[in-house]
Design a protein around this ligand. Sequence first.
Ligand SMILES: NC(=O)c1ccc[n+]([C@@H]2O[C@H](COP(=O)([O-])OP(=O)(O)OC[C@H]3O[C@@H](n4cnc5c(N)ncnc54)[C@H](OP(=O)(O)O)[C@@H]3O)[C@@H](O)[C@H]2O)c1
Length: 252
Amino acid sequence: MRNFDLCGRGQALVTGAARGLGFALANELKARGFDIIITGRDEKTLKAAADLLGASYYVCELAASGAAKKLYERIKADGHTLSVLVNNAGLGASGEAWTVDEEKDRELIAVNITAATELSKLFLSDACGRGYGALLNVCSVGAFQPGPYTASYYASKAYLHSYTSAAREEAKRYGVSVSSLCPGPLDTDFFKAAGANKPKTSMSAEKAAAYAIPRFLNGRKTIVPGFYNRLARLLPASIKAKYVAKIKGTKN
Ligand SMILES: NC(=O)c1ccc[n+]([C@@H]2O[C@H](COP(=O)([O-])OP(=O)(O)OC[C@H]3O[C@@H](n4cnc5c(N)ncnc54)[C@H](OP(=O)(O)O)[C@@H]3O)[C@@H](O)[C@H]2O)c1
């Protein structure tokens, strides 16, 4: 894959960037000369993040039906042309598959799968038509294996990683780069929102983003921050799933 040399070229939309990994990814893109556009649900925190990034912002509940398309159309109607899209917004849910609240699973599927797919399609359609652009879909190391006690979350990230890998093969002949970012546990609000305990080994969002963005802009297919996460990727998925079941099962 060639170097796409997108530095400083146009505008980058990062969803869910008021905090956590999204904010750190937006900050890395800003440092490379992109004009930043961010989304989030709470206007006050979103505006504060946008001020720090010198970014434009759009308040958007991505779980609502048709929200991704409306967001994309609003951004275009405001005169923005995106050369980069980072589908970062996402959420987890924990517990036995059948005990997870129905609404939580619905929101998770709507944001992690539906909104990410819809935004990918809209962006790729424009980028492939123009002949440049780069899409980064934030997945997880959970994309590489089944996740007992986080079944829908790992499955949603497996979907997004597979979708991203397929779209990459289609988009590359139009000069458009498509990548998956698959972090391990991060030191963000994610686990609290998912009703789970944060692992002690969590990496900072800043470290993960600093690792990810140069590789993304260089056209890397799958980006896995952290040596041990890259090593664990080599283990058979069935063994990792049994290990996770044992560890998380004894905590329940
Ligand atoms: N933390 C981890 O261990 C970890 C590991 C691997 C992958 N990831 C992935 O990394 C991404 C960022 O997570 P994070 O760790 O930074 O967690 P976070 O701090 O909880 O941030 C999640 C972001 O997603 C947005 N979001 C959640 N639900 C939304 C909804 N219904 N509509 C619109 N936006 C919504 C949030 O927006 P608001 O600001 O409006 O709440 C927030 O900005 C996610 O895709 C996550 O799956 C995280």
